[in-house]
Design a protein around this ligand. Structure first.
Ligand code: ADP
Ligand code: MG
Length: 707
């Protein structure tokens, strides 16, 4: 039912509520209190002390606007008396109260007690409620309920012109109109097992808890009623995702891969090393998906350096040996070019050992923004004719009009900002290819269950053998000389060094100047070393040439902004100095650090900070020094930043939850996921629930449809 049907919700309030995402009565009921205040225990006036926040109940002796000397300032005050004494209540700048609070009324006040000059105590700007006397002749005998005082009171976040008091009244009204036999999305067996209340009872107990409820438990959102509603929220959401996955499994794909000994042999021939256990398992998941009749949607998570590339490449070989094509996409040109080189090198090795089953070489093409128009003109038709087996590029590959003859697999590397909807465009590109998304930012499980809940997930835990752990130190900027000494030693040993400078978007120009100045300073300090600067504003070929020289070992020190963040692989680089480390996010620091420790030499990461730093920054750098496990870091990052910010700007394509909090309610989310999945897969979802989930998804998430 739309909110306008509630008494008191006019067009203006309705508009404000809509802006906050509240359209229906159900939305309103699922906007839970931010906290609860215990206003149930009335204090006697005589027991009040300055500083207390207290609830008192009494009779108004007199009330009116007080005269003040400040022009334009009006103070409404009322003298309230209970059996123990009297206290003055004052409300600044609320002259309209003269028509509300009147002598002889019974009133309940809730507010802060303060010293009032020499005259004793006053209670300032309290919440109040007039206690209505029973109207003669109404018969019910019940006094009208108190909503705002004299009970455990729910406090809502203000939405536009809708104050917390108004929300309380609206919710009250809505709850009173709820039918007893309303639909409950939670199946009976779950309710019984968990011993949870019905939906209506849970809503009542969450918005207007009984006096016996523990306020601490309420504020922790841990009462059975609250947990039940959070679970319901997760359950409906996860059922929607499960239906999507289920529906997706009904979508056919035109290019189904097969695996036989010949193909296994080709893949083995490519392998430069033995796969780790984690890599083997992930590959098995992927290849199993590729042999299914519906398109793969799989997220491959693995820490930086876990070795995701080779797994994707082996999957690519399976598709290619089946006669199909593969698109391999990276987020930046530098990375696309690096992938191209790695892939060519790896496949080239295999040629020497006699692979690709048909004896012909693999045809791999790079289609980046820097490819000349002439090359492009040759490449595009060759791709369309199916002569190119594997195309490497940025995501422009799918946005532009590149046509494939038989695109069976799309690999999307180093990506976590790639939401459901964008993946949809890819699926729409004709043949419904298998999609493998890889991310080096481990996504905490709770987030993966919501943000990526329509994808299957494989995780590569651990790193390939023989890696030395990176030493990480946090140093004040004032100890820069020590750091310069470290740089000198490292370069003298034949190693290479990254000096990273932050580039914050808002002040990109200023920062760029600072990075340039830093590069000049480093050049002055180390005149005997080759130093160069890399930043995002350089032209593609400049960037490429700097990167090339660094990869080739011609540069000793690379001063770079975060463009070097993702995926760049230079095993001889063993020292990283991060300037202004206090400005970086935790996951970003972890990504940066992943650029070193990639070879057999001991690597060191120095995080330089400049005071003053915030507590959060201190926490971040501490976490960096304590652990190098990306999954631990991701959880810490989630705790520090909260889920909303974890992905940076929210581009994930999936909406926020109504009631659940991923940090607090992770256990419920996990259970909801399992319940939803088993029910959808077993086909035991009731038609009523299915219809309800569908309507919630359509209402909340617009275009996305399920079931
Ligand atoms: P990421 O998962 O960060 O993309 P890469 O795929 O770039 O990691 O791999 C990091 C490095 O580890 C590469 O140099 C790669 O050749 C190497 N590598 C990957 N797997 C193994 C393995 N099983 N044994 C030894 N080295 C490996
Ligand atoms: Mg990588």
């Amino acid at each position: 039912m739309p909110l306008q049907y509630l008494k008191g919700v006019g067009p203006r309030k309705a508009a404000d509520l809509t802006k906050a995402g509240l359209n229906t009565v159900e939305d309103l009921l699922f906007r839970f209190p931010r906290r609860y205040e215990d206003r149930s225990r009335m204090q006697t006036i005589i027991s009040l002390r300055p500083g207390m926040t207290a609830a008192v109940s009494g009779t108004v002796l007199n009330a009116g606007l007080a005269h003040t000397r400040r022009p334009g300032f009006r103070l409404f005050s009322a003298l309230v008396q209970d059996a123990s004494g009297q206290i003055q209540a004052v409300w600044p700048n609320q002259a309209f109260l003269k028509d509300v609070i009147k002598s002889q009324q019974r009133i309940v006040l809730f507010g802060k007690v303060e010293i009032w000059g020499s005259r004793g105590l006053q209670i300032t700007d309290p919440e109040f409620e007039i206690v209505k006397e029973r109207e003669p002749g109404t018969g019910s005998g019940e006094p009208e309920e108190q909503l705002h005082t004299g009970r455990i009171v729910p406090v809502y976040e203000r939405t536009g012109s809708v104050t917390t008091n108004m929300q309380r009244r609206f919710v009250w009204q809505a709850l009173n109109q709820l039918p007893d036999d309303g639909f409950d999305p939670l199946p009976d067996d779950i309710l019984k097992r968990e011993n949870w209340p019905s939906r209506k009872a849970a809503l009542w107990a969450t918005h207007f808890p009984t006096e016996q409820t523990s306020v601490d438990q309420l504020n922790a959102f841990m009462t059975p009623a609250q947990r039940r509603l959070v679970f319901e929220d997760f359950f409906v959401f996860q059922t929607g995702l499960a239906l999507r996955r289920h529906e997706h499994a009904q979508v056919g794909k035109s290019l189904v891969s097969k695996v036989d000994d010949r193909i296994r042999q080709s893949a083995r021939a490519v392998l430069p090393f033995k796969l780790t256990e984690g890599q083997r398992e992930a590959l098995a998941d992927i290849v199993a998906d590729m042999q299914r009749t519906w398109p793969m949607q799989r997220l491959l998570q693995g820490d930086v350096g876990a070795g995701k590339t080779i797994v994707a490449l082996l999957a690519a070989i399976v598709a290619i040996e089946n006669g199909y094509q593969v698109a391999f996409m990276a987020p930046t040109e530098i990375l696309a070019e690096q992938h191209y080189r790695t892939i060519v090198k790896t496949l080239d090795l295999s040629r020497r050992s006699g692979a690709k089953a048909d004896g012909k070489p693999y045809r791999v093409a790079l289609l980046s923004g820097r490819v000349t128009a002439a090359t492009r003109r040759d490449l595009l038709p060759a791709i369309e004719r199916g002569e190119i087996n594997l195309v490497v590029g940025t995501q422009a590959l799918i946005q532009q009009h590149v046509k494939f003859k038989a695109l069976a697999l799309a690999v999307i590397d180093e990506q976590h900002r790639f939401g459901v909807l964008q993946r949809g465009t890819l699926a729409a590109k004709g043949s419904n290819p298998d999609v493998l998304v890889m991310t080096a930012t481990p996504i905490p499980r709770t987030l993966a269950l919501t943000e990526c809940g329509d994808m299957e997930v494989s995780v590569i835990r651990g790193l390939p053998p023989g890696r030395q752990p990176i030493r990480t130190m946090v140093k004040a900027d004032s100890r820069r000389d020590e750091v310069y000494a470290m740089i000198r030693d490292e370069v003298k040993r034949g190693r290479q060094v990254y000096v990273i400078y932050p580039l914050v978007e808002e002040s990109e120009k200023i920062d760029l100047k600072a990075a340039t100045a830093m590069c000049e300073q480093i050049t002055r300090v180390f005149p005997e070393f080759a130093v160069a600067l890399l930043h995002g504003r350089m032209k593609g070929d400049e960037k490429e040439s700097v990167m090339h020289r660094f990869v080739a070992g011609q540069l000793h020190i690379l001063v770079s902004t975060t463009v070097v963040e993702v995926g760049v692989d230079v095993p001889n680089a063993t020292l990283m100095v991060v300037e202004h480390a206090e400005r970086f996010g935790l996951s970003q620091l972890h990504q940066l650090r992943g650029r070193i420790g990639r070879g057999q030499h001991q690597s060191t990461c120095v995080l330089l900070y400049q005071a003053p730093w915030s507590d959060d920054a201190r926490e971040r750098l501490k976490a960096m020094a304590e652990t190098s496990d990306g999954f631990v870091i991701a959880e810490r990052d989630l705790q520090l930043r909260g889920p909303g910010d974890f992905f940076g700007t929210r581009q994930s394509g999936l909406p926020t939850l109504r009631a659940g909090d991923l940090m607090r309610d992770g256990d419920l989310l996990e259970r909801a996921f399992e319940e939803a999945r088993t029910r959808v897969e077993a086909g035991t979802l009731s038609p009523g629930l299915q219809a309800y989930v569908k309507s919630v998804w359509q209402r909340q998430f617009g275009l996305i449809t399920v079931g």
